[in-house]
Design a protein around this ligand. Structure first.
Ligand SMILES: Nc1ncnc2c1ncn2[C@@H]1O[C@H](COP(=O)(O)OP(=O)(O)OP(=O)(O)O)[C@@H](O)[C@H]1O
Ligand code: SF4
Ligand SMILES: [Mg+2]
Length: 337
């Protein structure tokens, strides 16, 4: 007997998002494809402006004008979110799908106590008593490592520290044990110890509940310790993607190698950090060449065109005509430490 094939939690196929600005069309996301199974964690990394947030907003249908998804599919458990009716999409948002923002106040209401916000969030998607909703709220705060959750329920957001506010926002996202969470740099503003605690808790919860998680970060070392897969974005495209081991131990794209090489742990103490030379091109005026060409040490004749996607080893995807040879273990060690 053949077992039924279950769809992955998320499959993004050839997603393209553009901003229709007075200065022209800005291709913020171009041909992005991702796949996440239950409980898998994907780290989406890249410099500022590379399209990480717009990818997240596009997937969840949270994009505002002048941005528009102009191509591709976003399949959530096999259903295309891009063609779903607004009502059905809203039902999924905040229930089966959640987003965590860099600023927790995007989630929290400043004039309501934590208890009211969490209880309302539970009751919006579940039929239960207020008391049951309150118990779930308290338990979820506890799961996020929040001490004295009873007291925290009574607090207003402004009475909490930044780290605590972010934990509460993450707890709200976790209330319904969603199947998919997209987290957009939620720990970037926090100190390293609190960041590490939150990452560990979110990782545990994702594994326990089978929640698929996209963790957006400009910091490769953050996702190295958290994710199963890494996707590296540059100028709206994913230029390298694969398991954490493949991308960090055997980085093939010159940009990925530049990101790894510029990690503080891979630089000599007391010296200036090694940076990738040059600047990101203006997305409104992208050259017809490989977008990284002006900054690339390996640039050659073929790079006058845009590279397509190749798969140099199973599951390790790449956009580059002249990839570096594998074996940069010494450099990658620092990223995984
Ligand atoms: N509302 C908007 N109007 C026009 N262009 C936009 C708008 N929002 C984003 N963009 C452009 O889309 C591109 C991708 O932006 P995005 O915010 O996704 O980058 P990011 O990788 O999340 O960067 P960061 O690390 O700074 O958060 C950028 O060039 C940005 O200028
Ligand atoms: S395609 Fe060419 S320019 Fe682009 S990253 Fe590869 S070697 Fe560099
Ligand atoms: Mg962003």
């Amino acid at each position: 007997m053949r077992l039924p094939v279950t769809a992955p939690t998320l499959e993004v196929r050839h997603l393209r998002t553009q901003f229709f600005t007075p200065d022209g069309i800005l291709p913020a996301v171009d041909d992005v494809s991702l796949r996440l199974e239950r409980g898998q964690i994907l780290g989406l990394v890249g410099e500022s402006g590379s399209g990480k947030s717009v990818t997240g907003f596009s997937i969840l249908g949270l994009l505002d004008a002048p941005g528009r998804v102009v191509g591709g599919e976003v399949l959530f458990q096999g259903r295309n979110l891009l063609t779903l009716r607004k009502r059905d999409l809203r039902q999924l948002q905040g229930n089966r799908i959640a987003m965590i923002f860099q600023d927790p106040m995007m989630t929290l209401n400043p004039v309501l106590r934590v208890e009211a916000q969490m209880v309302d969030a539970v009751l919006a998607h579940r039929q239960c008593s207020r008391e049951e909703a309150r118990t779930l709220a308290r338990d979820t705060l506890g799961m996020m490592g929040i001490a004295s959750p009873e007291q925290r329920l009574q607090a207003y957001p402004h009475q909490l520290s930044g780290g605590m506010r972010q934990r509460v926002a993450i707890a709200i996202a976790m209330l319904h044990k969603p199947d998919l969470i997209i987290a957009d740099e939620p720990t970037t503003a926090l100190d390293v110890t609190i960041q590490a605690q939150i990452l560990a808790q979110v990782q545990t919860l994702a594994r326990q509940h089978g929640t698929a998680l996209i963790w957006i970060s400009h910091d490769l070392s953050v996702v190295a310790g958290l994710a199963d897969q890494i996707a590296v974005m540059y100028c709206g495209r994913i230029v390298e993607q694969g398991s954490v081991d493949a991308v960090l131990d055997r980085p093939l794209h010159p940009y990925t190698r530049g990101l790894i090489g510029s990690l503080p742990s891979n630089n000599v103490r007391g010296q200036r950090l090694r940076q990738i030379r040059g600047l990101t091109p203006n997305l409104l005026h992208l050259p017809p060449t490989c977008a990284f060409a002006a900054r690339c040490e390996r640039v050659g004749e073929a790079c006058l065109q845009q590279p397509g996607i190749s798969e140099p080893e199973p599951g390790h995807l790449l956009r580059c005509f002249y990839p570096a040879v594998a074996g940069l273990a010494g450099v990658a060690e620092g990223a995984k430490a």
